[in-house]
Design a protein around this ligand. Structure first.
Ligand SMILES: [Zn+2]
Ligand SMILES: [Zn+2]
Length: 311
């Protein structure tokens, strides 16, 4: 599992910041005296419900609507779990197995046949086997027969890590403006998001697909090779690749930011073009864009944990 690296000291706040202003700045992901906020922590109580809603807006007419509906159903169960006060273990590296049990209680008997079989086939009651499978998930070495059950492992890990991340203080998490891994859980980003509607507007944040922390990353620098201004960053529009506009319109929000220097690409979403977007959901719904860009010879930076493959 990745290392959890919370810093110890909270930032000193300016005396002129009123509670009302501080509240609205916090809602915008901004910290007094530090703009843009280097880190935006998740709201575990709202994130999974927003994802389920977003997926259901993206589903109509989408060629992967069955898959999106399944993840929406899993997101509902994650939301129910995230809302329950935690007792006992809080370390996400341990706690996630309880969350996996909780997911099973909420999903068993309600899933499509294939997913039902995959859920039943997990090594229930064998903590060592489950932990080993989770480790393989994180290191991209899943076995072929484990792929079907992987979304449930991902979902449980997300709940445990997001619950932990949402309890941190943003100013206490150290993040570099060129970090390519999540400053809280160490995962690679699922995507970048160009934010809108706040002082973070126009800024690029990288979003973690595990603990759902977002961290500011210098927009002009390639996330992979960090070549900075010396390289060109192309943006390949994902128009017509992501399903029905009527279903929420990610078609204009999904882009692939390609680097000609190292031949990598970052999935990128523009909030202004798709209010309410969720990087994990919108990434699943724009999978066709990945095929387009990888066929052109680019290798993806990071990835979506729900799209884990066998190693
Ligand atoms: Zn993370
Ligand atoms: Zn590069």
């Amino acid at each position: 599992m990745p290392q959890h690296r919370p810093a110890s000291a909270a930032p000193a706040h300016q005396a002129t910041i009123t509670p009302a202003l501080a509240e609205s700045m916090a809602a915008a992901g901004l910290e007094p005296g530090r703009s843009p906020a280097p880190v935006r922590l998740p709201d575990a109580g709202a994130l999974f419900q927003r994802r389920a809603d977003r997926l259901r807006r993206l589903m109509p007419g989408h060629r992967l609507s069955g898959w999106l509906a399944f993840i929406a159903q899993v997101s509902d169960a994650q939301h129910a779990l995230a809302a329950i006060p935690v007792t006992g273990a809080t370390d996400p590296a341990v706690r996630w197995r309880q969350d996996l049990d909780g997911l099973r209680e909420r999903l068993s008997g309600r899933l499509p046949d294939m997913a039902e079989r995959a859920l039943a086939a997990l090594p229930w009651g064998d903590a060592d086997a489950l932990s080993a499978a989770a480790d393989r998930l994180r290191t991209g070495t899943l076995r072929e027969e484990e792929i079907g059950g992987a979304p449930f492992l991902v979902a449980a890990l997300q709940v445990a890590w997001t619950r932990m991340a949402s309890g941190l203080t943003a100013g206490a998490v150290a993040a570099s403006a060129v970090a390519d891994h999540c400053p809280v859980c160490g995962s690679e980003p699922v995507a970048g998001v160009i934010h809108a509607g706040s002082e973070a507007s126009g800024r690029r944040y990288l979003h973690c697909g595990l603990c759902h922390t977002a961290w500011h990353h210098v927009r002009s620098a390639c996330v992979c090779c960090g070549e900075g201004n010396r390289i060109d960053l192309q943006r390949v529009e994902g128009a017509a690749e992501t399903g029905s506009d009527a279903g929420g319109g990610t078609s204009n929000a999904a882009q692939a930011e390609t680097c000609e220097s190292c031949h990598s690409y970052l999935k990128l979403f523009v909030e202004e073009k798709a209010p309410g977007l969720d990087p994990v959901a919108d990434d699943l719904a724009s999978f066709a864009l990945d095929i387009l860009v990888s066929d052109a010879g680019f290798q993806r930076i990071g990835g979506n944990p729900f799209l884990a493959q066998a190693g």
